[in-house]
Design a protein around this ligand. Structure first.
Ligand SMILES: [Zn+2]
Length: 115
């Protein structure tokens, strides 16, 4: 398996409390256009978001962009993309077919049982 690198971007909507020098506030996942991603947010988080949006006098609002370097490879077996950022286990497992690889990208043949 070949190791490759790419940069992905994550976006968050940040609300900073105007009374507190930016030390308190809320942040929510969003897309590159600043549209909130509601998937996976708790009811409590959504309520907080609505509260922030409805009180622009209380919060500074901006979209923060974070770039993340990702190391990934393509599974020799099924072609799925596998994240190879170091997870501390010394091995990576293909999420699609279950094939295992060492961090070098070499398949763990002795343990691989196939599916
Ligand atoms: Zn695979």
């Amino acid at each position: 398996m070949k190791r490759m690198k790419k940069t992905i971007y994550e976006y968050t909507i940040e609300f900073e409390d105007k009374r507190d020098d930016g030390n308190t506030g809320f942040s929510f996942p969003c897309d590159e256009n600043g549209k909130i991603k509601l998937d996976g947010l708790s009811d409590c988080a959504i309520a907080n978001y609505n509260k922030c949006e409805s009180h622009p006098e209380k919060f500074y609002k901006y979209v923060k962009t974070e770039s993340i370097a990702v190391v990934y490879g393509t599974c020799d077996n099924c072609g799925a993309e596998i994240s190879m950022n170091d997870n501390g286990h010394g091995e990576f497992v293909c999420p699609k077919c279950g094939r295992r690889y060492y961090t070098s990208g070499t398949p763990v043949n002795s343990i691989y049982m196939g599916k």
